[in-house]
Ligand binder design. Structure first.
Ligand code: C2E
Ligand code: CA
Ligand code: CA
Length: 915
């Protein structure tokens, strides 16, 4: 997995919204300094930030925001999530109260960092995606850099390498804007492994050199080391042994030099996801990073090879920590390649080693990855088992963290939110203490009881009674504590924990989650004072609760000024949702009376539905919050129902991606065929294969899912399936005596550029036994323009296999005909947008006519797409266009329908011959 996130620690601190110079106050500047010096050592950062807290709280919002983000991030990276969580809450509160996008962006990015540090990279992606548009609103290169880096990390960890590249590149730009060579180097450092994985080794080598060049302008030796390590691996991949050996030597020298200069002092263990000094500082570490990247990109073979190399090196160096991770990586790759048993054995071995080394945060990360891999391979029972382990470990880590954090929290100011958190912690600790006490007592009593049996019945009986009484009392106490732990002390409402328990207990029944915030509560409290603030909050809670009860909903106080409501609700019943939201808003219309003032309060509410909007309680809650955020821009009581546009978020994408992967395995895809008619004899000479997805009863258009499949890389597998089906169908038609009917198959850019593409084509041709001349690959200009030379070679190879090659959507891209001359093509397809304008635009007429003439001059056949009217067809015919395709003669339809077309044609021909 990638750990660039943490390298951004650097950024973060600065980022936290201040833009340097004018905006950064005295505190901001100090944080900058700390960042520059101790960026990769969170322990040091915390020590130096501590004395700044009082000043930050007394200063302006920028100061506080900078401080909180740095403070939270540093704690998150040494696995102290409680403090980080408190910072997230305070930042959110700050952002909501003051409508400060920088504070919200910081809150979400910090939240994403925390999640990623425990291996929950999917959830993390969702949060950082919410931060991106907010960061765009702030003219701060610091904040932008942090968010971009985080987004880049999370994108790559989720397998979206191209998006990762884009975001790292954006981070480069932000770093440059902020004139910070160290950050720029770190952003490049994120890019290098991606380019290696994508096989763009030249770029990787150039950027590794850039890292060094920029690194030389900083005092950070780790940049130098990492860049040499990566250069060695890139050179390896290129087969340039001399270069890789030299790079390895340089890496060693740089490591030695850094050791000599290293500052002495206590080292705090840093979460592996948070990077720190060691990130990619050794070859083993870099190999594992590359392996994880390949794994998330779906290149399981490569992932396995690299992990095997890492294992060998780790063994040779007696490096148990990396050995364990290597074993897990090999195991995960095996599982995804279908060697389930072998993979599970290896992964379990690795996990057990981690467990025995007490590296629990690392173990949690790897457990979560393991669970994800098992889920994807359909190993449900083992994945559930391991998920339970992961959850238990997470709870245990949280508990340990809380115990040590409680003291720290006590020392801090009694900011209301914190106070509540503290209360809850006390409840929990009391519960645990009581439980432990009860067990101990039971044990003692039963020992005594056993001993007393020997003394005589009376004594024993008395002891027994006493034990029962004590136990009853304890049970009562526990009930009271149990109540306290599910209720909010200020309003008496159920609390967040109760809400979570409730949604779990719904067991998949459809329900709606509403998130409600009081707008500008901070300002109101500022004017009436804290005590009255609590009173007001209670009154608000009372009114909301009354409305909720009237509508069979349950109200919760989630935290601070946020309430939540849960109610059962059928899928698609938006009317009910709106009624409830409307009623909640109406409850605010009458002013509140506090002290002897009338106060007007507005709420913003967001609603999301389970399972319509998302399948899990956790995600639905997040979507409801996202929807609620939309309400804050407008004054007054407002509400927003979550819809897909809001959630253009990654979660939906991931969801869709998962469904596509499933469809691929379970036959959810089908090929439709659209006839292509030859102008020479008016007969169907071929069909274009067009993909259709039957997604739970509805038919999804390829325009909707191909782009996502392309982005996620799934297109490679889908495309292989399409090719195989298309070849089979062509062969079936030939076998049925229809002659060499052609089948045109669309090839996406990512598929075309995949290293295995040629091999896949060759294998498919062999396996299906189709005559290659029947198959035409439709390639877009975009596929071949990027790496023109390599593409030309591949196109030649495809032609040598006997395939036809056409260029699709001609006229929409940037290729010129003279450019195309260099490609060994057989056909050109004129895009629909030109054809539809025929007769309407003289200019388009000329273009189409000229293109047909020039194409013929280059020896290419021409197909016109999207022919809908006889008039269009007539014009095309007069210009000697070879083939027309469009709704005029044939709409895309299942294979059986296409076959009927061929049958009808053959019969008509036979009749004509007889007559
Ligand atoms: P395309 O390759 O340009 O395919 C032609 C599209 O135009 C098809 O839409 C087809 O239904 C539509 N079309 C054909 N004749 C007419 C007409 O007379 N009028 C109008 N208005 N439309 C017409 P479809 O099937 O929705 O496919 C959309 C795009 O999805 C395709 O554009 C292609 O880029 C992509 N696609 C479809 N199947 C595959 C596939 O198997 N693999 C890949 N990589 N992409 C595919
Ligand atoms: Ca096409
Ligand atoms: Ca087309």
């Amino acid at each position: 997995m990638l750990r660039a996130a943490a390298r951004a620690l650097v950024a973060l601190t600065a980022a936290l919204g201040a833009t340097g110079g004018a905006l950064a106050g005295a505190i901001g500047d100090k944080v900058f300094e700390i960042e520059a010096q101790f960026g990769s050592q969170p322990g040091q950062v915390i020590e130096r930030l501590r004395p700044l807290e009082a000043g930050a709280r007394a200063g302006d919002t920028d100061d506080l925001r900078i401080f909180l983000a740095a403070w939270g991030y540093a704690h998150a990276s040494i696995d102290k999530p409680s403090v980080a969580e408190a910072a997230v809450e305070e930042l959110t509160d700050l952002g909501e109260r003051l409508h400060d996008p920088a504070a919200l962006a910081s809150a979400y990015t910090l939240k994403a960092a925390m999640l990623s540090f425990s291996g929950q990279v999917r959830a993390a992606f969702g949060w950082v995606e919410s931060a991106l548009p907010l960061a765009d609103k702030v003219p701060s290169p610091d904040l932008q850099y942090w968010v971009d880096m985080m987004a880049a990390d999370m994108a790559t960890s989720n397998g979206h390498l191209d998006e990762g590249v884009r975001m790292y590149e954006a981070a480069v730009v932000a770093a440059r804007r902020g004139r910070n060579p160290r950050r720029e180097a770190q952003a490049y450092l994120g890019l290098v492994p991606l380019h290696i994985v994508k096989g763009q080794l030249g770029v990787a080598l150039r950027q590794a050199a850039l890292v060094r060049e920029l690194g030389a302008r900083t005092t950070d030796p780790s940049l130098r080391i990492s860049s040499w390590v990566l250069e060695a691996l890139a050179a390896d991949a290129q087969g340039d042994t001399r270069r890789s050996e030299r790079a390895r030597r340089e890496a060693q020298n740089a490591t030695l030099a850094a050791l000599v200069e290293a500052p002495a002092g206590p080292q705090v263990p840093v979460n592996s996801q948070a990077g720190g000094d060691g990130w990619m500082g050794t070859e083993v570490d870099a190999l594992l990073t590359l392996s994880a990247l390949h794994q998330s990109a779906g290149n399981f073979g490569a992932a396995r090879d690299l992990a095997l190399r890492a294992r060998t090196q780790a063994q040779a160096q007696n490096d148990d920590a990396h050995l364990a991770v290597a074993l897990v990586n090999i195991g995960l790759a095996d599982i995804r390649m279908g060697h389930i048993q072998q993979g599970m054995a290896l992964a379990n071995d690795g996990l057990a080693r981690m467990g025995s080394r007490k590296r629990d945060a690392e173990l949690l990360i790897q457990l979560n990855r393991y669970v994800a891999a098992l889920e994807r391979s359909g190993e449900t029972s083992e994945s559930w088992l391991r998920l339970r382990d992961a959850l238990m470990l997470e709870t245990e880590l949280a508990r340990r963290d809380r115990r040590s954090t409680v003291i720290e929290l006590q020392r801090e100011s009694s900011f209301q939110q914190r106070q509540r958190e503290l209360d809850q912690l006390e409840h929990q600790n009391a519960l645990q203490a009581a439980e432990i006490g009860r067990r101990a007592m039971e044990r003692t009593l039963s020992l005594l009881l056993a001993a007393a049996m020997g003394l005589g019945g009376v004594v024993a009986w008395r002891l027994y009674l006493r034990a029962r009484k004590a136990n009853r009392q304890l049970a009562l106490n526990n009930e009271a504590l149990e109540f306290a732990s599910h209720h909010d002390a200020v309003t008496g409402l159920l609390n967040r924990r109760a809400m979570e328990a409730h949604t779990t207990a719904l067991h998949g029944q459809p329900y709606c989650n509403v998130s409600i915030s009081v707008k500008q509560f901070g300002l109101i409290v500022g004017s009436v004072g804290h005590q009255q603030g609590d009173q007001l909050l209670c009154q608000i809670a009372g009114r909301l609760d009354a409305v909720a009860r009237r509508h069979d909903a349950t109200l919760y106080r989630v935290d601070g000024v946020t309430f939540g409501a849960i109610f059962r609700c059928a899928e698609g019943d938006t009317q009910r949702v709106r009624t409830v939201l409307q009623a909640l808003a109406e409850a605010m219309e009458v002013p509140f009376e506090v002290g002897n003032q009338d106060l007007i309060v507005s709420i913003g509410a967001g609603a999301a539905h389970c399972p319509t909007d998302a399948p899990t309680a956790h995600e639905v809650a997040r979507l409801a919050e996202l929807a609620k955020l939309r309400t804050h821009a407008e004054p007054g009581n407002t509400h927003v129902l979550y819809d897909a546009r809001i959630g253009e978020s990654q979660h939906d994408k991931l969801h869709m991606e998962a469904r596509m992967a499933k469809a691929l395995e379970q036959g959810g895809f089908e090929l439709y065929y659209q006839g292509q008619r030859s102008m020479a004899d008016g007969r169907f000479c071929g069909f274009e294969a067009l993909l259709r997805w039957h997604d739970g009863g509805k038919m999804v258009s390829p325009a909707q899912f191909i782009p996502l499949a392309e982005e996620s890389g799934l297109i490679v597998r889908i495309g292989a399936w399409v090719l195989q089906q298309g070849c089979q169908q062509a062969k079936a038609w030939a076998d049925a005596g229809f002659g060499a009917v052609k089948v045109a198959v669309n090839i996406s850019p990512r598929q075309f550029n995949h290293p295995d593409f040629l091999a896949t084509v060759r294998r498919t041709l062999q396996a299906t036994g189709v005559d290659p001349a029947q198959i035409e690959l439709e390639i877009t200009e975009g596929s071949v323009m990027d790496a023109a030379e390599a593409s030309i070679a591949q196109l030649h190879a495809l032609r040598e296999l006997g395939l036809q090659l056409s260029i699709d959507d001609f006229g929409t891209g940037y290729a010129s005909l003279s450019y195309l001359r260099r490609f060994p093509l057989t056909r050109l397809k004129i895009d629909r947008s030109f054809v539809s304008q025929l007769g309407a635009s003289a200019q388009d007429d000329t273009i189409v006519r000229t293109v047909i003439g020039l194409a013929h001059g280059l020896g290419l056949a021409v197909t016109a797409e999207g022919v809908e009217t006889p008039a269009q067809e007539a014009m095309l015919q007069s210009w000697h266009c070879d083939v027309v395709q469009g709704f005029l003669h044939s709409r895309p339809a299942p294979a059986a329908t296409a076959t009927q077309l061929l049958v009808a044609e053959r019969e008509a021909l036979l009749q004509a011959a007889e007559a």
